[in-house]
Design a protein around this ligand. Structure first.
Ligand code: NCD
Length: 300
């Protein structure tokens, strides 16, 4: 496996399966995540998040600590970035401290790849602009695999704000490599005008998705990434694309996923979170296990 985890495209199906197999060994039958050994004892990992995060940051931290690593937090607010220090110099400084791996989330495409061209640290992508979020896609596949056994032949609809979603981009790649059929469901305004979109089936509404798919991956409407002038009529959006409690209950065999955080009352209703077909909190648990596997594979 490469030393860096920059995207999923560089992972083969065998790489993905190796990570998911290892992640499954960290999941305890009682529902939590266990740590049997501490293979990363003596290694230092820095978490550098230039965008907000709850799940990804905490689960990387928990994963690293369960494996025995020392974790340092870099926060741009209050750092020398505020004094005008360049990103390059910031990374060189972190590297010079003897850090073994940097987990990075940044809004600008390419920051992670550029860093990987020169640093001796292992670079692990925790979210990159609209482009990639490899550990999210891996944890989604891991959650599904636990629930349904194999992704082979599974029909997975990705619903909502695909245009602004790095989760969607990484997910289509991992799901396809695992043998699932991906269907895209979004209004035209929230579908990117990019060639990869044409490789996937489309479905017109959430009702179609619930009728024809085994799984729906709901996406957050990422208003903070909306271009000036992009206005969505919320009522019309909800009528065609929101997962209401009634819609979910009418199709209880369809599994419901969401990377979080959920805009409750926009793409998904609060009642859906309580249904047994909803596996959103299980995704969070898998996030820890998958990140343990990712850290172990890239650092040992
Ligand atoms: C996603 C992200 O930040 O890309 N969240 C996450 O990592 N769990 C999706 C989102 O913010 O909508």
């Amino acid at each position: 496996m490469p030393k860096h985890l920059l995207d999923t495209e560089r992972l083969t199906t065998d790489d993905i399966n190796a990570l998911l197999d290892e992640a499954s060994t960290y999941l305890s039958p009682t529902g939590g995540v266990r740590s049997l050994t501490q293979p990363l004892l003596g290694q230092t990992i820095v978490l550098a998040f230039f965008e907000p995060s709850t799940r990804t940051r905490l689960s990387f931290e928990m994963a690293a600590k369960k494996l025995g690593a020392t974790v340092l937090q870099f926060t741009p607010e209050g750092s020398s970035v505020g004094k005008g220090e360049s990103l390059h110099e910031t990374f060189r400084t972190i590297e010079a401290m003897g850090v073994d791996a940097i987990v990075i989330r940044h809004a600008v495409d390419g920051v992670h790849r550029e860093l990987a061209t020169w640093t001796r640290m292992s670079v692990l992508n925790a979210g990159e602009g609209r482009t990639a979020h490899p550990t999210q896609a891996l944890l989604d596949a891991s959650t599904l695999r636990e629930r349904v056994g194999s992704l082979e032949g599974l029909r997975v609809a990705i619903v909502g704000d695909i245009a602004h979603s790095r989760v969607a981009r990484s997910n289509v790649d991992v799901l396809t490599k695992c043998g699932a059929t991906v269907v895209l469901c979004a209004p035209d305004a929230l579908l990117p005008a990019e060639p990869w979109v044409d490789r996937y089936e489309r479905c017109a509404t959430i009702d179609d998705a619930m009728r024809t798919a085994n799984v729906v991956c709901m996406l957050r409407m990422q208003r903070e990434r909306f271009e000036a002038g992009l206005a969505i009529d919320l009522e019309a959006y909800r009528a065609s694309y929101a997962l209401t409690t009634a819609r979910a209950m009418a199709t209880p065999n369809v599994l419901v996923m969401h990377p979080g955080p959920v805009n409750v009352g926009v793409e998904l209703d609060a009642g859906v979170l309580e249904l047994s077909q909803t596996i959103i909190h299980r995704q969070v648990t898998h996030g820890v296990a998958v990140r343990m596997a990712v850290l172990r594979h890239h650092l040992v």
